[in-house]
Design a protein around this ligand. Sequence first.
Ligand code: ASP
Length: 448
Amino acid sequence: MIKVAKFGGSSVANAEQFKKVKDIILSDPARKFVVTSACGKESSEDHKVTDLLYLCEAHVRYGVSYEPLFSLVEDKYRKIKEDLGLKLDLEAEFQKIRSRMKKGMSVDYLVSRGEYLAALLLAEYLGYKFVDAADVIAFSYNGEIDMARTAELMSARLDAEGVVIPGFYGALPGGAIRVMSRGGSDITGSVIANIVGADVYENWTDVSGIYVADPRIVPHSVRVARVNYSELRALSYLGANVLHDDAVFPASSKSIPINIRNTNEPENRGTMILNDCSEMDKEEPPYTITGITGRKGFVGITLVKNHSTVEVGFIRRLLSVFEDHHVSIEYMPSMVDSYSIIVRAEAVANCLYDIVGWIRERIRPDALMVEEHISLIACVGRGMQKKPGLAGKLLSQLGAEDINVKIIELTSDELGIVFGIDDDRYEDAIRCIYDKFIAEEKKESRLI
Ligand code: ASP
């Protein structure tokens, strides 16, 4: 059994968190490949090291003193080293970074140092070998990870006795450091899981997996025990934010399950993300709805154009207005001769009235309306497939709460229903769906 364990920033925020990480690693000999983020926030007033390093780089670039910022980073790592009684020559490491800052360095180099230092400390603390991500994670010039080259580099360095690798960065063919997008340590963990052929990729964070509904809205929400990749994609698209989007493919392409776990509650089994849940579902059937998620702040542009249904190319002309403004369309429910185009408010913040003007000019609609402050809510679940009456039950529940549904979308794979309501009823809608579908099923059954 091989496990890759990736620890997020909150799991390595201070010495106390390092101790929890060590207990987790020591409790299972399969956890030989460890990936770490940079130190995260210790409290809500604290700062993430990566944020501080991005700020430092901006100060260097504008010739403003970066001392107070960089000292915050140094102090954080110094304190962890002292509290854990480690020997690493941190001062020499800080010196190297400072001299690169003076000589001029790339932003990617500086912001990657958070992960680099955290991994050095963690490797010594665990008694594992430190492997620099710059030596094993290979990027191509187009910015994509070169999996073949990465596999080659890793096979020479990965030690079955245990290694710690910094997340979030790698190197370009010429050796320059290249970082991934924010939250990218999830990707490093997934790439390593793929290459070492892990049995499971554990992603340790500060929540015990994915919740059916956001616990800030439904505090007693149950955890999702298992979710498949299509459900995860549908849920994260509208808001559930547990894993970097690009972290799914390297693991899923080799059918490696991803297990979201909580460093502060290691006994909780968390959420398993699988290619296919059907075998496990036979033993423990899922809830009808796997997750309820959503987002506020959409705008709906609705137009009516008589006889457009028979006009070839009409929809293309309409959509080209959005394309020309570089605005991505989220949903497009339609009826005979009438079309609603739903976009994110921030995407049209500076061009909504231009878009409306262009539609008037290019399309000459018979009616045109703009509605702001729309929320979209998605109910996603493999358990929803082939369940007659489900959409009806959902809508009547919202109706009973006097929540007006403005938009409804249902795809033919029956994996989810998306509906649009007023922003100010968003929380009520999530609560009432949860109560109807999850709380009731939980009462009737055997589920967590
Ligand atoms: N430290 C990086 C960030 O804050 C990467 C990561 O934590 O995954 O985005």
